[in-house]
Design a protein around this ligand. Sequence first.
Ligand code: BYC
Length: 327
Amino acid sequence: MAQSQTQGMAPETDEAAHFQAKVDREIKIEPRDWMPDGYRKTLVRQISQHAHSEIVGMLPEGTWVTRAPSLRRKVQLLAKIQDEGGHGLYLYSAAETLGTSREEMVDALHEGRAKYSNIFNYPVLSWADIGAIGWLVDGAAIINQIALCRCSYGPYARAMERICREESFHQRQGYEIMMSMAFGTKEQKRMAQSALDRWWWPSLMMFGPSDRESAHSSQSMQWKIKRVSNDDLRQQFIDMTVPQADYLGLRMPDPDLKWNEERGHYDFGEIDWAELKRVVSGDGPCNKERMAARIKAHEDGAWVRDAAAAYAEKQRMRKEAAKIAAE
Ligand code: BYC
C-alpha cells in the first residue's frame, strides 16, 4: 500500500489520541464528535463519490426501462432504479452530517472535481447487460459495502446496512435474468456470454487500484473507514462469482483464471490498470454522455428545488406568525 503521510505516526494531540483510541475500541464516531480534518475530508470524498455513483448508476439502466422484455421485468427494473436514487439520497445525507452541503457535492461532480464509479461509463448494449449489471455490478457493490457496514463513522455505516439489504435483491434480479438468458435459446445464451465478456473486467476494477497503488488505503484502514483492502475484496468477489458463472454454463473471459488449491482462491489474469485510469479520469466510452445527462437533469430540476425552498420558507413564516400571535 502507498504510505499516507500520517500512517504509523503517533497522533499529534490529545484529541487525536482520544479519537484513535475510540476507533480502535470500535466505538462509532458520530457527527458532533471531534475528528481529524483528514478523517472528515476522506469521508466526504468517499461518501459523496459513492452517492454520485448511485445517481449516475441510474442512467445506464434507465435506457432499458422502455425496452424491458415483459411487464414483470419493467416493474423490477423501475424498482431497482428507484432504490438507487434512494441510496444516493441516504448517502448525500450521511455526507452532509460532516458539514458539506449537497449543493457543493453535486457541483463538484458536475465540474469534474469529484469521481464516480468507473463502471457506469460503459454502454448497455443488450437486455443481457441488464442481467450482468445486477449480477456483477451489484454483486461487487455488496462485497464492498458489507465491509463498509463496519465503517467507524456511524451515519455511513448505518446507511450501508440498509443499502446492502436492498442491493441483495438487485443482485438476485440480475442473476435471474442471466439464468433465463443462459438457459434460453442459443441466441440468448450468446447474448449472456457477450454481456459477461464485456462487464467482467470493469467489475473487477470497481474495487479500485491494487493495494500497492491505492493512495488512501493505509490511512483509511487505520481510521477503520475501510476494513478490508481493495485486493482482498476483489479476491472475495472473484471466488464468489466464478462458481455462479459455472452454474450458468458461461465462460469467464480470463484464460489465466484457475483454482489455486494452495491459496484456497482463484488465480486470475492481469487487470488493465491503464483502462481504469483512463475511465476514471473522464475518458471512458460514456463519460461525456453520463455527465451531460446529469447536468441537464440538474438544470431541468431547478424549478423543483426553487419551489420546495419557497414552500419551506412559507411554512417557516406561517409558523413564526402563529407563534407571535399566540404570545
Ligand atoms: N471508480 O486510494 P484508492 C452501485 C479512485 S454504486 C472510480 O483505492 P479509496 C450501483 C479513488 O476515488 C457503488 N474511481 O481510493 C449503483 C481515488 O481517487 P481520488 C459504488 C475510483 O477511496 C447503481 C483513487 O482512485 N460504490 O452499487 O481508498 C446501479 C485512488 O484509489 C475507483 C462505492 O462508491 C473506481 N472503481 O478506495 C448498480 C463504494 N476506485 O478520490 C449499482 C465506496 C478507486 O483520490 N467507495 N477510485 O480522486 C469505496 O469503497 C472506495 O472509495 C473505493 C476506492 C474502494 C472505491
